[in-house]
Structure formats: C-alpha cells, structure tokens
Design a protein around this ligand. Structure first.
Ligand SMILES: NC(=O)c1ccc[n+]([C@@H]2O[C@H](COP(=O)([O-])OP(=O)(O)OC[C@H]3O[C@@H](n4cnc5c(N)ncnc54)[C@H](O)[C@@H]3O)[C@@H](O)[C@H]2O)c1
Length: 277
C-alpha cells in the first residue's frame, strides 16, 4: 500500500495560538486570516483599534478564532497587556509570534531627524525584542508542541535602499536578533526563529496615497503611500524574476510556510527577496 499523503486534517497550525503585530490590515491581516484557516487562534495586535477589531470580526465570521488587542507596540504597557491577553486567549499557551508592525519614515541621510530615526528603530527593533522577551515564559517550555518566531524584514535591510537609512538598518538588525533567538532557544526548547524579508508587496504603504495614514507613537498622523508606487507596476518589475508585484496573499503564504510543519527543520534563516520568497 502507498504511504499516506502528508495531511493535516485540522489544519497545519491546529491547536496553536499566534500573536501577529500590525495585523489590522495589509500583510499582517492576510497572515492572520491564513493562519486561522489552518486552525490557529490569532491575536490581532495593532495601534489602529477600529481596523484591528474589524479584522478580528471578519476572521470570526470566516469561522476562525480571533482577538483584537489595540495598542502601540512601542509602549511597555502595551507589550505586557498583549502577552497577557494573548496567553489567556490561548488557554495559557502561545506558539507563534510574528513581529510584523512597521512602516518607513524616509529621507536622505543628511535630512533625517533624531525623532525620525528613534521612532523607526524603536518600532522595528526595540519593540520586537521586548515582545520576544515578554513572551519568553511561553516559548521557553518543553511540552512537545511547536514554537516559532517570525520577524518581518525587507530587502532594504539586505541590499540597502537610498532614502531608507533608518528602515534599512532596522530591518537588517532583525536578522541578527532572529538568528540569536534561534541559537538561544533552539537547543533546549526547539523554538524556531526565522526572518521573512519581503521585496515588493502591494499594500497601502507602497501605492499612491489615498489619504490613509499611520498614527505615530507621538499621536501625529503620518501619511502613507507614494506617487509612482507599485500601482504603476511596470516601473518596478524589471529586476523581479516573476515580473509582478507580490500581493498580501503571496506575502502571507510565505509566513505561513515558515511557521508550518513543512519547515520544521528550518531555523535562523532569512527567506525572501524580490520575487524569490
Ligand atoms: N509592503 C511592502 O512592499 C513591504 C516590503 C518589505 C517589508 N514590509 C514590511 O511588512 C510589514 C507590514 O507592512 P504592510 O505593507 O502590510 O503595511 P500596512 O500599513 O498595511 O500594515 C502595517 C500595520 O502596522 C500597524 N502599526 C504601525 N505602527 C504600529 C505600532 N506602533 N504599534 C502597533 N501597530 C502598528 C499599522 O497600524 C498597520 O495596521 C512592515 O513591517 C513592513 O515594513 C512591507
């Protein structure tokens, strides 16, 4: 008789609970939806309370289990509250953490203000570190269940990108943080930690401005999008092997792949690139 096919009747993430930051929209929201369809309970952490709740409700309507936790991930109180609420939602367990919240605040090097710099480093590096540290009691465990951390980076952090000094440094920094988690928590606890570095993904950040904005930790509104963005696709696809801009679903599938049992022996790696993820 032929060997049975790889099969996950309850979904590839059945019985697991995930925190996904920046999951109110874009790549994070799509990741939460795909995780949920694979049997995972998902915690939608985002500074945008209204959109976070709407995303959680749409996942519940889709048949999943979701909880919105609103807050600014650069605040210590938010991190403590997020981990506590997520662990309660997960019945005392957390299995997956995706550090995805982020945006760029670009300028040429000579024009970057300290506040601009500090905001981007704190959002992309300090917050993921503090969240991983706060979640440590739920990852440094030996219960035989999978544990996985994914940090979302960018090709700017791998190749650099003119105008993005702070973002490129921060996204590169995530690679070192991730590899360190893999080395500290892998041997004893089997925790896997990987970075997914996206190239060009079509979200509100990368298309022409629509009036949408990010609320910065200082409360100021930061307009998103740029003219000549990925909605003008032909300008950008020349060095992308697949000759198309990725969708949030393409991006979310890459994250799902990394946390799935199909990648059970992959840790400390960076997957991603322009059409190469
Ligand atoms: N879109 C791309 O082409 C691309 C490429 C490479 C990397 N990325 C990275 O992917 C991630 C997701 O980006 P996206 O394109 O889906 O953008 P998006 O704006 O659609 O989603 C980002 C989410 O992060 C949230 N957020 C921002 N600051 C926050 C804070 N202080 N606390 C909590 N939540 C906060 C926003 O409210 C938003 O919901 C980011 O880290 C981004 O840098 C995106």
């Amino acid at each position: 008789m032929a060997a049975p096919k790889l099969n996950f009747p309850g979904g590839m993430l059945a019985g697991q609970t995930a925190i996904i930051t920046g999951a109110a929209q874009g790549i994070g929201a799509e990741t939460a939806l795909l995780f949920s369809r694979e049997g995972c309970r998902v915690v939608i952490a985002d500074i945008d309370a209204t959109k976070a709740e709407a995303t959680a409700q749409s996942i519940i309507a889709d048949g999943g289990a979701a909880l919105a936790v609103a807050g600014d991930i650069t605040s210590n109180e938010c991190i403590e509250e997020l981990v506590q609420k997520a662990a309660t939602f997960g019945g005392g367990k957390l299995h997956i953490l995706v550090n995805n919240a982020g945006y760029a605040w670009d300028d040429p090097i000579e024009q970057i203000k300290d506040k601009q710099w500090d905001t981007i480093i704190s959002l992309h590096n300090t917050a993921p570190f503090k969240l991983i540290r706060a979640a440590a009691p739920y990852f440094m465990v030996k219960d035989g269940e999978p544990r996985c951390i994914v940090n979302i980076s960018s090709t700017s952090g791998i190749y650099g990108n003119a105008g993005q000094a702070s973002y490129a440094l921060a996204k590169a920094g995530l690679v070192g943080l991730t590899k360190t988690v893999a080395q500290e928590w892998g041997p004893e606890y089997g925790v896997r930690a990987n970075t997914v570095a996206f190239g060009a993904i079509k979200t509100r950040l990368t298309q022409k401005p629509t009036g949408d904005f990010i609320v910065r930790p200082d409360g100021e509104k930061h307009a998103v999008g740029f003219h000549g963005g990925y909605d003008e696709e032909e300008k950008w696809v020349g060095d992308i092997p697949l000759r198309r801009i990725g969708t949030p679903t393409d991006a979310a599938r890459a994250v799902l792949g990394v946390v799935s049992p199909l990648f059970s022996y992959m840790t400390g790696q960076v997957s991603g690139g322009r059409g190469g993820m």
